[in-house]
Write a protein that binds this ligand. Structure first.
Ligand code: HEC
Length: 104
């Protein structure tokens, strides 16, 4: 039931994203993030958080913490460890600017 409710809620979320980023940002996301978090920041599976519309400072801080080892996760620690500080800032900005709208 909880699963069904979630499916319905997220099925109703409309995502619009037209920020002006370079092709390389989209490329990094497609190669490194989209499989799990989606290009539009809507998670592809249970256990993976949605990133769309989260505050930029929060996303940036989480990626910095994974990279520094202050927050640990078997996948994210490795992925964030391979990102430069510039990439972290760009990716945090990208996902934070995605507008989500929940339709009731
Ligand atoms: C293989 C799947 C996978 C890939 C690829 C992946 N992530 Fe994640 N990500 C996760 C999971 C699972 C979590 C939750 C980890 C935890 O519990 O700490 C997570 C957590 C996060 C968080 C913290 C979110 C929060 O709400 O606290 C951020 C930010 C994040 N990922 C960004 C990224 C970015 C940016 C990329 C690409 C560079 C990426 N992830 C690639 C699976 C993935």
């Amino acid at each position: 039931m909880i699963r069904l409710t979630f499916s319905i809620i997220f099925g109703l979320i409309l995502v619009s994203c037209k920020p002006c980023y370079s092709d390389s940002t989209e490329k990094i996301i497609n190669v490194k993030c989209a499989t799990c978090h989606g290009l539009q920041g809507i998670s592809k599976g249970a256990g993976v958080p949605h990133l769309a519309g989260q505050p930029e400072s929060y996303l940036k801080e989480q990626l910095e913490k994974y990279k520094a080892g202050e927050r640990q996760h078997q996948i994210m620690s490795i992925i964030a460890g391979q990102l430069t500080n510039d990439e972290i800032a760009t990716l945090a900005s990208w996902y934070s600017k995605i507008k989500i709208k929940i339709v009731e």
